[in-house]
Design a protein around this ligand. Sequence first.
Ligand code: PEP
Length: 254
Amino acid sequence: MRKKIVAANWKMNMTQGEASAFVGTFLLEIGESRDVEVVLVPPFTAIAAVNAALEHAQHIKVGAQNMHWERSGAFTGEISPAMLRDLFVRYVVLGHSERRTLFGETDEIVNRKVRAAHEAMLRPILCVGESLEQRERGDVEKVLSTQLRGSLAGLSARELQETVIAYEPVWAIGTGKTATAEQAQEAHAFIRQVLGEISEEATADKIRIQYGGSVKPDNARTLMSQPDIDGALVGGASLDPRSFALIVQGAGEK
Ligand code: PEP
């Protein structure tokens, strides 16, 4: 049985003060339930503030939005895996479509980062997904298969199990257009099939696959009740503590 995982990707939003205030309200809204794993993914500059605000809620995990693959060195402006560990970060989002399209990240670069994350005992949340053009061309499976095989190359079965995949159709990110539950389930089932080919079916069965792309309180439950949808990666709607709490609660409902 895969435990659902819901993550808040705040992108380039939230000062330290705003992040602390978010956590205060979110903890009141979310209650005591531990059925769903929750990950807050602030910008680097607000990680320490989120940690401090979560002092009495250690079951909520903290993630980062990116990192470099090297341990240290002359990489101005970059953050290393060890620096994230130093901040008690447990997850790191890698290969987000904004990194791929705006910052030129290829599957090879993403793969270096994924492997470096595992070496540092960080769990990657690996994002994959097709653009609208690729979907209309009928290339969804080809794109997903290439991204998965490229980004996950060289991982052991244990490392694969500890990787979270986020299926994020690019056309649904920040656009208000959500994939239907059927479209999302179809893509997730395909992703699990490819994961089985990369390793084996028993391993693929244990890997959690989140859906991301305009997830909101009113569509979260339907999406996450699909058999291969094991949670959500939430952008815009995660900036409001009440709406993010409703999404987490939606993940916990059967
Ligand atoms: C994201 O960027 O990971 C995302 C899913 O954004 P949104 O929820 O705003 O579509």
